[in-house]
Write a protein that binds this ligand. Structure first.
Ligand SMILES: Nc1ncnc2c1ncn2[C@@H]1O[C@H](COP(=O)(O)OP(=O)(O)OP(=O)(O)O)[C@@H](O)[C@H]1O
Ligand SMILES: O=C(O)C1=C[C@@H](O)[C@@H](O)[C@H](O)C1
Length: 179
């Protein structure tokens, strides 16, 4: 039985796997509201994630993620929620909504980001992506954890955005509306 708590769809996965992109496509198709946890944190703090990491460190950022998770559980319903790459570790993830893990290999993610015209800028914004060897090790450690947290797993490598959202909509039986 799927966890339909709050009727939110919570997208988890590694940096650059496509959480933001898939979220926006789902928002368009379902006409639901959408929020992104990294964006919520940046607006709450009025500064970029890189600045938060540089000035106050990762532990402080993780506290902000926990605070955001509590707020989402209490206040957000029927939404598409995209998350930062490490957000899946918050204690109450299950209580926020149905957890969808967007899965790809690490090389698949790097290939995608390289194809993206603003790839360098995108990588520079993500402190944990700056050292490729460390990022690969983090990916390896996390892969099993993402899978354990997921209500459903959607493979995204070498698939179109349209095919990916079609599968999510079908599996979660989300209502869609004409554009
Ligand atoms: N299925 C897809 N097909 C083609 N390109 C894609 C697909 N999914 C994502 N992309 C592209 O990959 C890049 C990374 O996607 P996106 O920014 O959505 O990732 P993210 O998981 O939100 O990253 P982060 O958590 O670091 O912000 C973007 O340039 C996006 O256009
Ligand atoms: O994977 C991670 O731990 C992170 C991913 C980004 O989305 C940001 O949330 C931040 O850079 C940390």
């Amino acid at each position: 039985m799927l966890n339909l708590k709050n009727k939110n769809v919570v997208l988890i996965g590694f940096m650059g796997v496509g959480k933001g992109t898939i979220s926006r496509a789902l928002i368009k198709k379902t006409k639901r509201f959408g929020v992104d946890t990294d964006d919520l944190i940046e607006s709450m703090e009025n500064r970029k994630i890189k600045a938060i990491f540089d000035t106050d460190g990762e532990a402080y950022f993780r506290k902000l993620e926990k605070k955001t998770a509590k707020w989402l559980e209490k206040n957000v319903k029927n939404a598409i929620i995209s998350t930062g790459g490490g957000f899946f570790k918050v204690d109450n993830l299950d209580d926020i909504g149905t957890i969808v893990y967007l899965r790809s290999s690490f090389d698949g993610i790097l290939k995608r980001l390289r194809e993206h015209e603003n790839a360098d800028l995108k990588l520079a914004k993500r402190p944990l992506m700056s050292d490729k060897a460390k990022a690969r090790a983090l990916f390896k450690d996390r892969s099993v954890l993402y899978e354990a947290k997921a209500d459903i797993i959607i493979d995204v490598e070498d698939r179109t955005i349209e095919a990916i959202i079609k599968e999510i909509i079908a599996v979660l039986k989300l209502k869609t509306e004409k554009e």
